[in-house]
Ligand binder design. Structure first.
Ligand SMILES: Nc1nc2c(ncn2[C@@H]2O[C@H](COP(=O)(O)OP(=O)(O)OP(=O)(O)O)[C@@H](O)[C@H]2O)c(=O)[nH]1
Ligand SMILES: [Mg+2]
Ligand SMILES: [Zn+2]
Length: 333
């Protein structure tokens, strides 16, 4: 091997010659004939896959670089696909995602975005009627996230045996979000939840201790998710679930995720949100250019709509509340 002149006679100082050509051919390998698998869990760098009925453990091929893989991704795999104990499949490609639920670390512009789950159809916003207390601002934020990611929002209220769900149902009625009231203590709403979750991919998101894993266990007993007590003094959950997992449910997938403390929305634009409300978007199309559509915005047509059609007043108000949560600088709610 030839050595470059290092500008010193010291034979201990040796520098490798720089390569004029890359070591490996940059030609893309065609993996389109490789089988696909579904990512059902990602836990400490291990990617758990399901290929037909076989469960595999996978590692990312180096060619994927820093590309993130999340629960719900469809990937192509090569290598050892036997699923035998200790075998490792190689993930060579991530198929295009039809949706991705993303949160940002903070609300400030430029905050790092973090994909949570890919290819979901529905976002179940899980909220306890009490213990922990419902926090409507978090529901607002999760609605914004669902609408902008193109996921159907579903309000899943839990613990109806200990408090009345009506105040929360009333608050969100103008947005016409589907809602199901449940209790695992007296089986209320479990069948209705099952119907709403069948044959779709649904990701459950909510504060720690609201009962996401408990609900999964009631619907899918073999899921065998660990559940944790809510602290009676602080009213907080114990962050029992530590990573997301998808479990097959009636022709679809139900995804349980770890409890969240905050949900940053820095990556979302007003227009993404407005697009989820076609009746309001149609009216807002006549607003002045770059109208932020707030109550204080001069000439905003949404204000006019509220005056002409009283039935829409509460809807406009609710929409503006979502806008405000998207614009707020505080993802902790
Ligand atoms: N009374 C009552 N308690 C419930 C109900 N559902 C869940 N719980 C209780 O709520 C507590 C928390 O439940 P988990 O299922 O662990 O909550 P989680 O949302 O998965 O929490 P993290 O994994 O920490 O995010 C447990 O003590 C459950 O027994 C319900 O319908 N009624
Ligand atoms: Mg849990
Ligand atoms: Zn406007």
């Amino acid at each position: 091997m030839a050595w470059r002149d290092t500008g010193t006679d010291d034979p201990r100082v040796r520098v490798r010659p720089s390569r004029s050509k890359p070591r490996r051919s940059k030609k893309q390998v065609d993996y389109s004939a490789s089988p696909t698998a579904f990512v059902f869990a990602v836990d400490r760098g291990r990617i758990h896959l399901q290929m037909n009925q076989t469960k595999l453990v996978g590692v990312k091929a180096r060619s994927l670089g820093r590309r993130g893989i999340v629960v719900g991704d469809q990937v192509r795999v090569t290598g050892d696909l036997s699923g035998k104990h200790g075998s490792l499949a190689r993930i060579v490609e991530v198929l295009p995602r039809k949706s991705v639920l993303t949160r940002s670390a903070e609300d400030s512009p430029g905050a790092k975005e973090k994909p949570m789950v890919a290819n979901a159809d529905q976002l179940a916003i899980v909220t306890a009627c009490a213990n922990p207390q419902p926090r409507p601002r978090m529901i607002d934020r999760l609605l914004v996230a669902a609408y902008s990611a193109g996921l159907k929002p579903l309000l899943l209220l839990t613990k109806a045996d200990i408090a009345c769900p009506d105040p929360i149902l009333e608050l969100f009625a103008p947005l016409e979000v589907s809602a199901i009231v449940t209790s695992i203590e007296n089986s209320q709403g479990i069948d209705a939840a099952g119907e709403a979750l069948a044959a779709t991919t649904t990701v459950m998101v909510g504060h720690s201790g609201v009962g996401k894993s408990s609900l999964m266990n009631s619907l899918i007993p073999h899921a065998d998710r660990q559940i944790g007590q809510v602290n009676q003094v602080t009213g907080r959950g114990r962050h029992t679930s530590t990573s997301a997992i998808a479990v097959e449910f009636q022709g679809g997938w139900l995804i349980d995720t770890p409890g969240i403390r905050s949900f940053g929305l820095a990556h979302i634009e007003t227009d993404d949100l407005l697009a989820a409300f076609p009746d309001l978007a149609e009216v807002a199309a006549k607003c002045p250019k770059l109208c932020p559509h707030l109550l204080s915005s001069p000439g905003c047509q949404l204000s006019t709509l509220g005056k002409i059609d009283p039935a829409k007043t509460r809807r406009v108000e609710s929409f503006r509340r979502l806008l405000a949560s998207q614009n707020s600088q505080n993802p902790l709610v």
